[in-house]
Design a protein around this ligand. Structure first.
Ligand SMILES: [Zn+2]
Length: 71
């Protein structure tokens, strides 16, 4: 009987420990993804991170081609 209780307690301990580790892993990637602002290309309306967008006269573009095609 004592053996069964030990096995049950051990199993619950492992499950709780794995859930704790899984919870920790979920928090980290979210933090990395958070800070980037999204902007929209004026030509094709695609959303992209501000750091990857091209800025010209206060407007954002996704690539060189669309920046030149703005008129
Ligand atoms: Zn575009």
């Amino acid at each position: 009987m004592t053996k069964i209780l030990l096995i049950v307690a051990f199993t619950i301990g492992i499950v709780v420990w794995f859930k704790y580790l899984a919870g920790k892993r979920e928090v980290l990637p979210r933090k990395e993804k958070m800070p980037e602002d999204m902007v929209r290309c004026q030509v094709c309306q695609v959303n992209l991170p501000r750091s990857e967008a091209l800025l010209s006269q206060g407007r954002f573009y996704c690539c060189d081609e669309h920046l030149r095609r703005r008129d």
